[in-house]
Design a protein. Structure first.
Length: 350
């Protein structure tokens, strides 16, 4: 009898511990390979699952070539490196880039991970770099079928499903996790080269508040899971301050990736810096135990969708204009790389 009681007690403890944390992959960079829309060399340039077409809100003065540039995705080559003002030298910006890096051996052999190169100033000054997607990842982009040209198939939108969240048989989300309460832990799978630079994961919540989570330094060699543990996480419910929030129209809380942040201390060497990132995992409390509602609030009122549409339209206009301006600037670049000599004969100076 005593033995049975102990077993039952242990079972309840186990269930209680499992009920706290929900583990999910926020983003797996190896799932962001470009697979559609080939360039002039036949190489795919866009990731089908995450493609966004910003030409829908562009001006009618743009031609088809310019509008094609407003189509982008989370393909690794579309990510950007943004340096702080003191590090923003032309040479540094030109060589600070993100690439798709093939893994030739080890636990992720055969996959492509995110590879970054950052050029920090060599002067003894603090500097930082923000690794970010080309656009603010939308939390409410409807799940839909995408054709080989990166266009949404008309009428294919799926109700209550979103493209950047985990759906169906997906092994990971694509930058957005829903029903996120208190964060317990964040993990960043990375490959280091003994650099002393610090790395942070940047997350935004449904109030558009960005927070950064210190993962540690990259002062190691090889693959490693850098982990941030919430120092304020309370495991005993009796010691928690319970807060209750209206669920609608605020919506279920979510967390989404806004970037990766690298800092270089003035005391450390500057110059070239290289690192690789495989994925970001999160352990969190569920905000709401029961997510299925008796009434489809959003279908009835559309409040959250309307707010998100306004925010997304503004983002589309900003990014679309940025891409077109880049296209125009690129077309204005000098085509000649050298001078053609007009001096002939024996009088030409050596």
């Amino acid at each position: 009898m005593k033995r049975s009681f102990v077993l039952v007690a242990m079972a309840f403890l186990l269930v209680g511990s499992l009920a706290f944390g929900e583990k999910a992959i926020l983003i797996d960079f190896s799932s962001l390979d470009a697979d559609i829309v080939a360039d002039e060399n036949g190489k795919p340039t866009v990731n089908k699952r995450t493609v966004m077409d910003f030409s829908k809100v562009s001006s009618i003065s743009f031609d088809d070539t310019q509008k094609a540039l407003m189509r982008t995705s989370l393909a690794l080559t579309d990510w950007e490196v943004q340096l702080n003002s003191s590090a923003r030298i032309v040479a540094n910006m030109q060589h600070s880039i993100v690439k798709s890096a093939p893994v030739i051996s080890g636990p992720f052999q055969g996959k492509n991970v995110m590879g970054i190169r950052v050029v920090f100033p060599t002067a003894p000054v603090n500097a930082n770099a923000r690794i970010m997607p080309a656009f603010d990842i939308p939390a409410f982009e409807p799940m839909a079928d995408i054709d080989e040209n990166g266009q949404v198939v008309e009428g294919s939108q799926k109700p209550n499903a979103y493209r950047f969240r985990k759906n169906g048989d997906d092994q990971s989300a694509f930058g957005v996790l829903d029903n996120v309460g208190t964060l317990k832990s964040v993990s960043l799978t990375t490959y280091g080269y003994n650099y002393p630079h610090a790395v942070y994961v940047l997350l935004k919540d449904n109030d558009n508040v960005e927070r950064r989570y210190y993962m540690g330094t990259l002062n190691f060699d090889g693959w490693k899971n850098l982990i941030w543990n919430n120092p304020d996480y309370v495991t005993d419910i009796r010691n928690r301050e319970i807060k209750v929030y209206p669920l609608y129209p605020r919506g279920l809380p979510y967390a989404k990736l806004s970037g990766i942040y690298i800092t270089r201390d003035a005391a450390h060497d500057g110059g070239d810096f290289v690192a690789y990132f495989k994925q970001i995992d999160v352990i969190y409390d569920k905000a709401v135990a029961q997510t299925e509602r008796d009434i489809a609030d959003e279908d009835l009122w559309g409040i959250v969708t309307a707010k998100e549409r306004i925010r997304q339209t503004n983002e589309m206009r900003r990014f679309g204009s940025q891409q077109v301006n880049r296209f125009i600037e690129k077309s204005n670049l000098a085509k000649e790389e050298d001078f053609t000599s007009t001096v002939t004969g024996t009088n030409q100076q050596q």
